[in-house]
Design a protein around this ligand. Structure first.
Ligand SMILES: Nc1nc2c(ncn2[C@@H]2O[C@H](COP(=O)(O)OP(=O)(O)O)[C@@H](O)[C@H]2O)c(=O)[nH]1
Ligand SMILES: [Mg+2]
Length: 430
């Protein structure tokens, strides 16, 4: 996700990271590179202009005295991306006894998203959710929702009516009778927005008065998705958006542009075809990812699910205190090992968003070696790796069945991890 933007941004900012001064020429060059990266990721030209102007204006004010110019610019860009994505915000909390109507073009991911959201609400709030579809354009469309619901253990009502409007009435009556907490209504889409579709959606809107209307947009469609959103907004209106297929090779331009262009929030992003592949949209985390800073927060959440809290707190504390030892590093490695495949996790780690499968394979082997090396060290060596001279390294290499070069790689990685931790602490990203 955001591999394209994060590799562009990482390379732009790594070039200026340590510089003591930034000349007007440097600055112009960097802003040009940022513009190019955004245009290439399919952000509309006028939005790119607005974004770059907002950085320029803030840069003039020099707010943070103790940052180097490169760091300052990175921080500003980070802040401005967050602002573009809608600012800091709380996740949406669907009020009980509401109807949620889900709109979007055909194939955008409505049916899949309806099932994902329902499963999420049921799991987190124990709400009694009813699913139903009024998609009469494709014979299998309603079956698809029923199947997804059955697989996830969700209630789904299949209307007997032979058209969308009658079905909507029937569904609404069933929902009211059944004392459900929420109704999630899947609707028909078309290849393009047309007046028949909008008319149908307007009628259902009047009939059910949904408390929430969610628009599903396919992130793969780039700039075009903004026009689709405007069309739905004018035709029926909607409250929030869900951007799907973020796991595909979309360049992220649609996500970057949506909030600023439509003045509405994105509340979820779809990250795969499975029912659990739905992430709550947090502008801060997305900004971190776009800038190649990884997503420590998501990583922490995933870890929390599988690791005892106390164990994790200990590692985290030493990491952010800047007092991390090799023992902590070893604990981290075995945590990663328990949390799932490296391929998935690595996407969340700083600067590692675009690593090839071969390198990951190598990474798995490397992790194994690292654990062997650290377990061959004395506790003094783990706490203070600076004492590792040539003879100690030789002894450890013998014990772990690796070469001295492997130990040096481990020490390098350890050093990098500490650097990242410091950077994150400095930017208040933790
Ligand atoms: N990779 C990926 N595929 C998705 C995502 N959301 C939906 N899909 C797939 O997109 C296709 C169309 O989805 P569907 O929910 O039927 O779209 P609808 O026509 O709007 O109801 C299906 O093959 C889904 O599995 C997503 O977030 N990631
Ligand atoms: Mg559908």
């Amino acid at each position: 996700m955001f591999d394209f933007l994060s590799s562009k941004f990482s390379s732009i900012f790594s070039r200026i990271a340590g510089q003591r001064t930034l000349t007007a020429d440097n600055m112009k060059q960097i802003l040009d590179q940022i513009s190019d990266a955004l245009l290439e990721s399919d952000v509309p030209y006028n939005l790119v202009q607005d974004f770059v102007t907002s950085i320029k204006q803030a840069e003039g004010k020099k707010i943070i005295a103790d940052l180097k110019p490169g760091e300052q610019l990175l921080k500003l860009t980070h802040d401005k991306i967050i602002a573009f994505l809608g600012g800091k915000q709380h996740p949406i909390n669907f009020e009980p006894k509401s109807v949620v109507m889900v709109l979007g073009l055909q194939g955008s991911g409505k049916t899949t998203s309806v099932a994902k959201i329902a499963a999420r609400i049921k799991k987190e709030k124990q709400h009694n959710v009813l699913l139903a579809s009024i998609d009469y354009t494709r014979p299998a469309a309603r079956e698809q929702l029923a199947m997804l619901a059955a697989r996830a253990g969700l209630d789904c009502y299949q209307a007997k009516a032979d058209n969308a409007i009658d079905a909507a009435q029937e569904i609404y009556a069933y929902y009211k009778r059944g004392n459900f907490d929420l109704l999630l209504l899947d609707t028909a889409g078309r290849m393009h927005i047309d007046s028949a579709l909008l008319q149908e959606l307007r009628s259902v809107n009047e009939l059910m008065c949904p408390r929430y209307k969610l628009l599903v947009l396919d992130a793969m469609t780039g700039q075009e998705s903004l026009n689709v959103a405007r069309g739905f907004d004018q035709g029926v209106g909607f409250d929030y958006a869900i951007l799907t297929k973020m796991d595909s090779d979309t360049r992220g331009g649609a996500v970057f542009s949506f909030c600023y262009a439509l003045k509405k929030r994105i509340i979820f992003i779809g990250t795969g075809e499975h029912i659990e592949d739905l992430d709550t949209f947090y502008p801060e985390r997305i900004a971190n990812r776009m800038l190649g800073m990884g997503d420590l927060q998501t990583l922490v959440e995933k870890a929390e699910e599988k690791i005892k809290k106390a164990e994790q707190e200990k590692v985290e504390k030493s990491l952010f205190d800047g007092r991390m030892t090799l023992q902590d590093f070893a604990d981290q490695l075995s945590m990663v090992n328990r949390m799932g495949s490296l391929t998935h996790l690595v996407k969340l780690l700083p600067g590692m968003g675009h690593i090839s499968p071969e390198i990951l394979e190598k990474g798995q082997v490397e992790m194994k070696k690292f654990r062997a090396i650290i377990s061959s060290m004395t506790s003094r060596e783990r706490i203070n790796p600076r004492i590792l001279d040539a003879s100690r390294k030789k002894r450890i290499a013998g014990g772990a069945g690796v070469s001295v070069a492997d130990i040096n790689i481990l020490l390098q990685r350890f050093e990098q991890t500490q650097q990242y931790a410091k950077l994150f602490k400095k930017f208040g990203l933790k």
